[in-house]
Design a protein around this ligand. Structure first.
Ligand code: ASP
Length: 654
């Protein structure tokens, strides 16, 4: 069962002693457990009434007098009770003798999920009654005393992994949901990884853990920020989207190796892998270059990686932004599988197919394709229709499917117009096998790549839904994406530029001259870390020259430099060269644990709509409480607001 194995593995994999060389200690740990229970690492029973955790008792504990505290998982025929804590399950025998009537009463009457303390002896189960599926299955507890610590009312849902519940219900009763083995595993693994990261950064590499303010100032560009009213009329704080400015200022302040488990805030609306408040492992270093930061992060992940997962292999491969786009159609390629985008323009130079001809006659026109292995076997006609519809609606592009049937016939709306030579060219470039499907599209480079990148992922999902194993769930495929452009055309106004990363990113040394002539062609010293197709980190070497920073902000990005005068000023006072990175902790843990959403690795997350369903925020504030902030709100339905203030009912959100 997940609970028992998951947590056992977790402890096994994470509790290694602090030191220069991490060594698996489980063997010596279990030995020390046998020899001397006091020498365990960590000590789960210090300072409390219990002597042991429920999940740890084995035959080696036979005869020991133990005190356990836990929740009643279930009870059988008023004879047995299974007690649960974060460490596992243990069977307790309910005494039947007359003399133990009061103990029996407590244990038989307490509802499931009540919390109890029991004391008794570890005994072996009668022969034949051992439960090999349960780590504690050889023993049981013969209870002498029991105390009901607190009773449990009727639950809104059962705390059993197999009982399905909606996410809204889980979030509304998060404190109960946290009792699930899944949430216990995720949060404990998260805590242990962060601990190892601290060890690696502070103890092994001399980083300093520094907290930076969360009441700050609006930053130009980037994500939308939450604002916090102040008592000064019309003045607001902003919640920082990251500690970016502070960490750079710390470098100016001589704290040359900074790190923080930093809370960040972005008012970006709902997205499946985003939260309005989230956590970054935020890092900055002086006197470092791109390779230095990359090696640091590779070492950090290798050191903190759970030992029950396949080990992290370093160095991570690296790919330029241009290559990622042309081969995978995205800046965060999932490199666990092929189906790469191939430029087949040359094959069709003399084509008679109208729309391909038209595209190739345009200056930026290209024809590209992906080959879906065994697509003819697994993709249905309706899938292809959906794909074509998606391409026209979202990308204004046509997609031509070509099926290669087992009888070697090509099946496509344009099959007849594909000449033999073109056919051979396609087979060679795309390495087409029987039963494959080729999806072909034509248009401008970036658009065709983006479309095929999306279709590649879509088709991978479809194939996997039909039983094909494309992406090994045990595989962690890291990738550095480098050489990003420094600027991108603004989406809403392509004539203007915006930073591809953020305005503090330094240009690539060999492109600096272009800043003054063709800024859109400048590459940057920005690097992203991608894991299994998700961006889990990003950073850059920074501009440490005030004049250059001013030029980028004022002339190229047309930002109001007054907002950043403190930073510009600081750069002028002997700012060291520096660079850094931030890892998205929630996403990283989500990928490692295989959780369905980042909400499953955060103790109290917001719902998809940004609400806390348990405490009902955001919520109304009475007008008189808003007065000190000089804020007046015109509410859509004042009477409803009043009602909400009185009753605080939970949000009906699903
Ligand atoms: N502050 C950046 C971010 O949040 C990361 C960095 O450049 O270090 O994306």
């Amino acid at each position: 069962m997940y609970f028992r194995c998951g947590l056992t593995l977790l402890y096994k994999s994470l509790y290694t002693p602090i030191g220069r060389t991490p060594q698996p200690i489980w063997d010596s740990l279990s030995r020390s457990l046998v020899l001397s229970p006091q020498r365990r690492i960590p000590e789960f029973n210090s300072f409390v009434a219990r002597t042991n955790t429920c999940g740890e008792l084995r035959s080696s504990h036979l005869g020991q007098e133990v005190t356990l505290c836990g929740w009643i998982q279930y009870r059988r025929q008023n004879m047995f009770l299974v007690l649960r804590d974060f460490h596992g399950l243990v069977q307790v025998i309910i005494p039947q003798e007359e003399s133990a009537a009061s103990v029996k009463k407590i244990l038989c009457e307490a509802p499931v999920e009540s919390v109890v303390q029991v004391s008794g002896t570890v005994i072996s189960r009668p022969p034949g009654q051992e439960n090999p599926k349960m780590p504690t299955g050889e023993i049981e507890i013969k209870v002498k005393t029991a105390e009901l610590l607190n009773s449990c009312k009727k639950l809104p849902f059962e705390i059993k992994d197999f009982v399905k519940k909606t996410e809204a219900l889980r979030l509304r009763y998060r404190y109960l949901d946290l009792r699930s083995s899944q949430m216990q595993y995720n949060l404990r693994l998260r805590s242990q990884m962060v601990m190892k990261m601290r060890e690696y950064l502070c103890n092994l590499h001399g980083f300093v853990d520094i907290e930076t303010p969360t009441l700050f100032k609006k930053t130009p560009g980037g994500a939308k920020e939450f604002v916090v009213p102040s008592r000064e009329p019309g003045k607001f704080y902003s919640l920082p989207q990251s500690p970016q400015q502070f960490k750079q200022l710390l470098m100016v302040g001589g704290l040359d190796r900074y790190f923080q488990v930093a809370r960040c805030y972005r008012d970006e609306g709902s997205r499946p892998d985003r939260q309005p408040e989230f956590t970054q492992i935020d890092i900055e270093m002086s006197f470092v270059d791109q390779t230095g930061i990359q090696s640091l992060i590779e070492g950090l992940l290798q050191y903190s990686w759970p030992k029950d997962k396949d080990p992290v292999v370093v160095p991570f491969p690296s790919m330029t932004f241009a290559e990622a786009l042309s081969t995978y159609g995205t800046d965060k390629p999932d490199t666990r599988f092929g189906m790469k985008i191939v430029d087949i323009s040359d094959v069709f130079r003399n084509t008679k197919i109208g729309f391909l001809q038209d595209v190739l006659n345009k200056p930026q026109g290209t024809i590209k394709a992906i080959c879906i292995p065994e697509g003819a076997k697994y993709l249905q006609r309706k899938d292809i229709e959906t794909i074509r519809k998606f391409a026209t609606e979202q990308f204004n592009q046509e997609v031509l499917p070509v099926f290669l049937k087992a009888n070697r016939n090509w099946n496509s709306p344009v099959a007849k117009s594909i000449m033999e030579e073109q056919r051979l060219g396609l087979i060679r470039l795309l390495e087409i096998q029987e039963e494959d499907v080729v999806l072909l599209t034509a248009g401008e480079h970036k658009e065709t790549c983006s479309l095929l990148g999306k279709l590649r992922l879509e088709c991978a999902d479809l194939l996997e839904a039909r039983g094909v194993v494309l992406r090994d769930p045990a595989l962690f495929s890291f990738l550095w994406v480098v050489d990003f452009p420094l600027f991108l055309p603004k989406e809403e106004n392509p004539g203007e530029l915006e930073s591809a990363h953020h305005p503090f990113t330094a240009p690539h040394p060999s492109d600096i001259h272009l800043l003054y002539t063709e800024p859109e062609k400048v590459r940057s010293q920005h690097y992203d870390l991608v894991l299994n197709g998700s961006e889990i980190g990003g950073g850059s070497i920074r501009i440490h020259n005030a004049e250059l920073q001013h030029y980028v902000l004022a002339t190229l990005l047309k930002e109001d430099v007054k907002l950043l005068s403190h930073l510009l000023q600081a750069l002028d006072y002997g700012a060291p060269p520096h660079g850094g990175i931030a890892l998205g902790l929630d996403r990283l843990i989500c990928l490692i644990t295989g959780a369905a959403s980042i909400r499953d690795v955060i103790a109290f997350p917001k719902s998809f709509q940004g609400h806390d369903l348990m405490s009902n925020v955001p919520d109304y504030i009475p007008p008189e409480e808003l007065k000190p902030y000089h804020i007046q709100v015109s509410r859509p339905a004042d009477s409803e607001a009043e009602k909400s203030l009185l009753n605080h009912p939970p949000h009906p959100e699903s």
